[in-house]
Design a protein around this ligand. Structure first.
Ligand code: UDP
Ligand code: MN
Length: 273
């Protein structure tokens, strides 16, 4: 469908690698939706070229666009910079409905059924389940909503310093109003969940449709041995390895087979990022 899209964001080359893997995973599972990447102005040209080979649209979003009054107001709040960048997605009004996905997510099966949901649908956050996790959410682009969000940001800030705090206080009836806006956890399975509730992970983990590498250490921070197919410095949760596929290894397999060849082509003789 041409008026529906998956949207992600990468403000630097590292997150761009995540976006490449995410885009490839969506393509591998035969999505019929458009793929849109929002990127910061400093992404290296070869990374941009590779993103363009995977995504239908790549848009540079300028965080310091002084023509926009909301931007100007936000420049007094530099702490909200990256947050602000994610909220740009509401400006994609050529689409009637979108699913935002963090660049540190990986799709394991076709999830196009998410487009049957309404704004704002998201899965619970594992740390505080009355809040939704903003790594995967269904939304409806609208300039009006965008401006209301910007005003909300400027007036109230973000209780966690990021987009998730802003979005949860803006869409503040999510936890109580409409259960159809609660996405099952398998649409945003954070890697953290397997550490905090291993039996549930063992029971339901194989149903996961989206894995979210939430937290400080991202897949691209590890290194991978192409000979052995092993991720260096990575140890599996005890007890989980025999029963479940290792999502980190899956991320690296896709990166090395589906992304690296295209990145190498784009870089040519130039130093590699
Ligand atoms: N992001 C980005 N550049 C940054 C930090 C974040 O482009 O320097 C984007 C990226 O899409 C990322 C999302 O914002 O997935 C949310 O950040 P992150 O995934 O690091 O937060 P977490 O899910 O670990 O809370
Ligand atoms: Mn994330």
């Amino acid at each position: 469908m041409a008026d529906q899209a998956y949207v992600t964001l990468a403000t630097n080359d590292d997150y761009a690698k995540g976006a490449m893997v995410l885009g490839r995973s969506l393509r591998n599972h035969n999505t019929t939706k458009q793929l849109v990447a929002l990127i910061g102005p400093h992404i290296a040209e070869p990374c941009r070229a590779t993103l363009s080979s995977i995504y239908d649209e790549v848009h540079v979003v300028d965080i310091l666009d002084s023509r926009d009054t909301a931007h100007l107001a936000l420049m007094k709040r530099p702490d909200l910079g990256v947050t602000f960048t994610k909220l740009h997605c509401w400006q994609l009004t050529r689409y009637t409905k979108c699913v935002f996905m963090d660049a540190d997510t990986l799709v394991l099966s076709n999830i196009d059924e998410l487009f049957e949901r309404e704004e704002l649908s998201a899965a619970p956050d594992p740390g505080w389940p009355d809040c939704f996790n903003s790594g995967v959410f269904v939304f409806k682009p609208s300039i009006e909503t965008y401006h209301r969000l910007m005003t909300h940001c400027v007036e109230n800030g973000s209780f966690d310093g990021g987009d998730q705090g802003v979005l949860n206080s803006f869409f503040n009836t999510w936890s109580t109003a409409d259960i159809s806006k609660h996405l099952p956890f398998i649409y945003n399975l954070s890697s953290i969940a397997m550490y905090t509730y291993l039996p549930a992970f063992q029971q339901y983990g194989h149903e996961a449709k989206v894995v979210h590498f939430l937290g400080k250490v991202k897949p691209w921070n590890y290194s991978y041995d192409t000979q052995t197919g092993k991720v260096k410095g990575h140890t599996l949760t005890p007890g989980s390895s025999e029963l479940h596929p290792d999502f980190l290894v899956q991320w690296w397999n896709l990166y090395s087979s589906g992304v690296l060849p295209a990145l190498r082509d784009s870089y040519g003789d130039k130093p590699f990022c």
